[in-house]
Design a protein around this ligand. Structure first.
Ligand code: SAH
Length: 350
């Protein structure tokens, strides 16, 4: 019965080597299988063509490969590609390929749904169903890498954990996936090209610092005033800005690396001088830069993108204070692939 079989990708290379010696074969057979599973991203034992039929059948009796399946793929007029990814248990997450002139970025999901309650985010409405396994995160990246080669003729250059879910609430699996993505036996990508985006879970930011991670950290700030932030990101009650600040100071003391703050400016919420002043003050705690992202409406009209003037006020005050700021244009809006729009219909209607 399938359910009795083990997920072969939960095994380390050493465990695979041992499996083969215990089954009367050579340990290097474990290395071959490991290579098929990870750097070659094999979906089935049949694809492992340098193994004998007997070996493949033996693997089949013991294990399954819970590979993701790209169920549906949509391409935006701006070149953005959105994958609806079916997991082995039928649940669906989404991941996005974002091409620009200089880079190709994969935006991947870390959870099915999300346990946080950001009022402006479509994923928050789905509730959290489960965490993704390391291999399910890895597979999203591998699939986008293949699409990048197919459509744009070059490999993926960057990865952002800005799809569905809160990566730091699935800490262990996110880190394990990054280990595979950066390993020469996986995709061999540099951690400098990977950014984990968090809504700001102080305890876990400190853990990242303790674990001396090499990837980049982005924090979805949206407001540097507690009352406002709590209104739009209610979990801020439990993780107030003072705790967030302390964890970021800890991060900087340990890693010596700057952070990026993601920030959307909304009409009547944070388009005030006071809000800008609070952001400038927050940005001075540790070296940081700000990405102002466009708001992608999620249908209920409660939030409206602020005026161009409000955004340019932010930019000029931040620049006056020597804080680097980028205004980011949305990508893939026509196919609901932009930030905060990932909420697969199949899940939301279940
Ligand atoms: N949970 C993580 C990662 C997923 S959200 C985090 O909060 O960072 C990725 C980014 O999209 C975050 O910066 C989030 O604040 C932003 N976002 C969410 N909904 C959005 C929307 N409707 N329009 C624009 N950005 C949005």
């Amino acid at each position: 019965m399938t359910s009795k079989k083990r997920d072969i990708r939960a095994l380390t290379k050493e465990q695979l080597r041992t499996f083969f010696t215990e089954n009367g074969d050579k340990s290097f057979r474990g290395n071959q299988v490991y290579e098929w599973l990870w750097s070659k991203s094999a979906h089935s034992f049949d694809a492992m063509t340098n193994l004998s039929l007997q070996t493949r059948e033996m693997l089949e009796t013991h294990f399954v490969i819970n590979h993701i399946k790209v169920d549906d793929m949509q391409r935006s007029t701006d070149g953005t590609v959105k994958n609806a990814v079916k997991l082995h248990d039928g649940l669906v997450v989404e991941s996005v390929l974002i091409p620009t002139d200089t880079r190709t970025t994969a935006c991947v999901s870390s959870q099915v749904g999300c346990s946080l309650d950001c009022k402006f985010c479509a994923t928050a409405r789905l509730k959290r169903m489960r965490n993704l396994n390391p291999d399910e995160i890895y597979d999203q990246v591998a699939a986008i890498n293949q699409e990048s080669l197919l459509y744009y003729n070059h490999k993926l250059s960057n990865i952002v954990f800005m799809g569905m879910g809160e990566p730091l609430m699935n800490y262990k699996n996110v880190l394990a996936s990054i280990e595979k993505i950066t390993s020469p036996e996986g995709l061999g990508m540099s951690p400098k090209r990977i950014t984990v985006s968090t809504s700001g879970v102080p305890k876990m930011i400190k853990k990242l610092a303790d674990d001396a991670v090499k990837f980049n950290l982005a924090v979805s700030l949206h407001s540097a005033i507690d009352e406002v932030r709590t209104q739009i990101m209610p979990f801020n009650v439990n993780f107030p800005l003072s705790d967030l600040r302390e964890s970021l100071e800890y991060w900087y003391a340990k890693t010596n690396r700057a952070v990026t703050y993601e920030y959307v400016v909304w009409q009547g919420i944070n388009d005030t001088k006071e809000a800008i002043r609070a952001l400038v003050k927050f940005c001075k705690y540790i070296p940081s830069k700000v990405n102002i992202i466009e708001y992608n409406p999620i249908d209920d009209g409660a939030f409206q993108q602020a005026s161009k003037k409000a955004i340019s006020d932010y930019v000029s005050v931040l620049e006056m204070n020597d804080i680097t700021v980028n205004v980011r244009r949305s990508r893939g809006k026509d196919i609901d692939a932009a930030c905060g729009q990932l909420a697969n219909k199949e899940i939301s209607t279940k």
